[in-house]
Write a protein that binds this ligand. Structure first.
Ligand code: MN
Length: 237
């Protein structure tokens, strides 16, 4: 069976002025039967429309913080480094791939924050200073394949995984504040933070706040990548 082509948003290293990729993103897609293809970091609408036509789905990867102006907020001193070129690329790609062409999309970490912002939600720019009632640490130290907090799961994610709670890794200092109206929560941490979502009225636009790409040995990670590839087989090109 031919592998569905899945475009992967590249990571940006400001210090090295370079694009890079975590092998787990590609490996997760490969193991699930898809063919990952790393995209160029471009805001060229024509190039992105062509890429969207070629690919059955997209993986929106982790990375820098989103520019708070995207959700109408001032940049606070606690906000981390941003990558406005990625912001612009992903906004255009999401608009073409998801809105125009109904392609599948899976967001990880920055990806869930991106989907929320693009659909009208807001973010905490820094959980330790803004979600102070939380007793959880969302920013673990390596190794990143180790779970550090639980999430309570529901809806389609519960159906996919087959259990009510999941222990997840956590490497994020930002998170969803106001949830976008088109997103349905599918996992919450004990402090109330939304850690998985799906987009309403779309076959497969899902995102998680944790990092399955760092924990490919986990059954749940395999099932998430499988769900993306399966959705890509169904929606096709
Ligand atoms: Mn977390």
């Amino acid at each position: 069976m031919e592998r569905p082509l899945i475009g992967v948003v590249p990571l940006w290293d400001e210090e090295k002025d370079s694009l890079w990729m975590l092998p787990g993103y590609l490996e997760g897609i490969l193991r699930a039967g898809g063919l990952p293809l790393m995209l160029p970091l471009t805001t060229d609408t024509g190039a992105l429309r062509q890429a969207a036509g070629l690919c059955a789905g997209f993986l929106f990867t982790g990375g820098q913080d989103l520019f708070p102006g995207l959700y109408g907020a001032e940049v606070l001193p606690v906000c981390g480094p941003v990558c406005e070129e990625r912001d612009a690329m992903e906004r255009t790609l999401f608009s073409i791939a998801v809105w125009e062409q109904n392609k599948s999309a899976f967001g990880i970490c920055r990806g869930i924050q991106l989907f929320n912002v693009l659909l009208g939600g807001t973010l905490y720019q820094d959980l330790p200073t803004q979600l102070t009632e939380s007793a959880l640490s969302h920013q673990q130290k390596p190794p990143y394949d180790r779970p550090v907090h639980q999430v309570t799961i529901s809806g389609e994610l519960r159906e996919l995984l087959g259990f009510d709670t999941l222990a997840v890794n956590s490497s994020h200092h930002q998170g969803i504040a106001k949830l976008a109206p088109d997103l349905v929560p599918m996992a919450r941490a004990a402090d109330g933070l939304v850690e998985a979502v799906r987009m309403k009225d779309k076959p497969f636009v899902w995102a998680v706040q944790w990092h399955p790409e760092f924990a490919l040995a986990e059954e749940s990670s395999g099932k998430l990548f499988n769900a993306l590839v399966e959705a890509c087989r169904n929606t096709g090109r």
